[in-house]
Design a protein around this ligand. Structure first.
Ligand code: BT5
Length: 258
């Protein structure tokens, strides 16, 4: 029955000193038959990636670089749909829940950023490859844990910078993230983004905010059932859907320098 199978994230694990990208390895492992919940981690990534071909800086021992194989077809056959935006939002929400003991103020900037005090602490990159009708899906998660400095073009932060003197280890962050993710993914695969929307809204950095999207200034007014962001010019009415473009927060004060 959908939802009745516990989501055993981390039931099988691989750790590497170095990978190009944990998503590459997890996708290859998924293609070779890895089970739902199989996890790949690395101390560093030489070609860590974000959305749209962007990079994810992944220095050695600086962060959590994690990819999880997801097989919702096997567990939730009747409920699977290639609901891409919604899956990424669910992963972000679960990661936020996992980190909440350390950074309860963490917010979710649609679609896939985890922000702390206006700076990017982490990001999510879900990728999928289809084999016939069965998707190999992977959720990639990057969290800055111990980094003290970042490239000058990044508005980034880490748990070490947010929690001087009380920073958890990468291993502790991994376990917390898996614990946070499990119930959220269970809800998502059972009932879709709608089921987690109220909690997602509670932690949204964009809802009600003025944003720039594709060169237009708009207000974020809601999230559709599939996780698309709904924006309107004046903050009223149904507005229109934003599915994949980047959005920029207008009201966000420049983050203070460290
Ligand atoms: C993301 O993309 O934020 C998704 C990042 C996912 C990384 C994980 S690590 C494990 C797995 N394996 C991978 O290869 N990827 C996943 P996006 O929204 O496109 O953000 C990318 C942008 O974030 C870059 O263009 C930079 O501006 C910024 N950035 C890069 N590295 C960063 C870092 N370490 N911390 C904060 N911001 C960073």
């Amino acid at each position: 029955m959908p939802g009745s199978v516990p989501v055993a994230l981390g039931c099988v694990r691989e750790h590497h000193a170095e990978l190009t990208s944990t998503n590459d390895r997890a996708l290859a492992w998924a293609r070779a038959g890895a089970v739902h919940g199989a996890c790949v981690t690395a101390d560093q990534q030489t070609a860590g990636r974000g959305r749209l071909g962007r990079r994810w800086d992944s220095p050695s021992a600086g962060g959590l670089y994690l990819s999880i194989v997801l097989r919702p077809v096997g567990l939730y056959a009747t409920n699977w749909s290639p609901d891409w935006a919604g899956l990424g939002l669910a992963v972000g929400l679960g990661v936020r829940a996992g980190l909440a003991a350390w950074v309860p103020q963490a917010k979710l900037k649609w679609p896939n950023d985890i922000l702390v005090d206006g700076r990017k602490l982490g990001g999510v990159l879900c990728e999928m490859r289809w084999q016939g009708t069965v998707p190999d899906a992977v959720a990639g998660i990057g969290i800055n844990v111990a980094q003290q400095t970042f490239a000058s073009d990044l508005q980034a932060t880490s748990l070490a910078l947010a929690l001087p003197g009380a920073c958890p280890t990468v291993g502790e962050v991994l376990e917390a993230v898996l614990l946070g993710l499990a119930p959220v993914l269970d809800q998502f695969f059972t009932a879709g983004f709608r089921a987690i929307r109220p909690e997602y809204i509670a932690h949204s950095a964009v809802l009600g905010q003025r944003l720039t999207v594709a060169g237009r200034v708009v207000t974020a007014v809601g999230f559709d059932d599939d996780g698309a962001l709904r924006v309107s010019a004046d903050g009223h009415g149904p507005g229109w859907r934003v599915e994949a473009e980047d959005v920029w927060l207008l009201a966000q004060a420049p983050a203070p320098p460290y």
